[in-house]
Design a binder for this molecule. Sequence first.
Ligand code: NAP
Length: 215
Amino acid sequence: MKIGIIGAGNMGAALGKIWAKAGHQVIFSYSRDENKLRQLTTSAGETAKAGTPKEAVIQSDVILFAVWAPSLEEVIHAAGSLDGKIVMTCVSGLKPDFTGQTIGLPTDLKISVAETIQQLAPNAKVVEAFNTTFAEIIASDSRQFGDDRPSIFYCGDDVEAKKVVADLIGECGYEAVDAGALIVARSLETLATAWVQFAVASQLFPNLGLKALQR
Ligand SMILES: NC(=O)c1ccc[n+]([C@@H]2O[C@H](COP(=O)([O-])OP(=O)(O)OC[C@H]3O[C@@H](n4cnc5c(N)ncnc54)[C@H](OP(=O)(O)O)[C@@H]3O)[C@@H](O)[C@H]2O)c1
């Protein structure tokens, strides 16, 4: 699979490396530091390369948005047409001081980051995922917690796109849990904010995994 990473920071780098090492062709893009992009590409292995956001989109079937919410419009402009592409987003509206969200519930905007992306790119197949896990865990050699695999909730409106994202979640060592339609992103992004706040308040950050128990 060809995967374009937009945002080569904590999340983009950690996830992109896993997928590149699993044999996917990964293009890292959108960093203010060319050197960082080069180093990331080298450490991710032979199936990884660097490019512009536009190149990452044109050359890929699946795109990961791993940027900060205030950059979203600029990023979507830089990415060009997302028509027909599967767009995974882990972007949350979390404020830098973790006190709440700049977008999504419980603000007046009553919409999520994922739905904002869908509005800006109406022909993309947007799927929210990876919001309730920490990049430090994704980047660590052992992503599991003993025999337990943390759950990753994902949501979106396109059934086929969700299947692709569920497989990519599984390849990262997580249990993919379908949380429903894209509108659920409002709740998932709020859950992600609560999760970060809990991790910080409990002083357990980042050594936490969220798990949906089944019986
Ligand atoms: N970190 C986590 O554990 C985690 C977990 C779940 C969800 N998220 C969400 O995922 C998103 C990305 O988080 P992150 O921790 O990966 O962030 P990050 O490390 O700061 O990465 C953001 C990326 O965007 C790039 N960028 C390019 N232009 C930028 C600009 N003008 N301003 C800011 N960044 C710019 C950064 O460039 P440089 O390379 O030059 O810095 C960096 O590569 C956020 O929405 C966050 O809420 C994060």
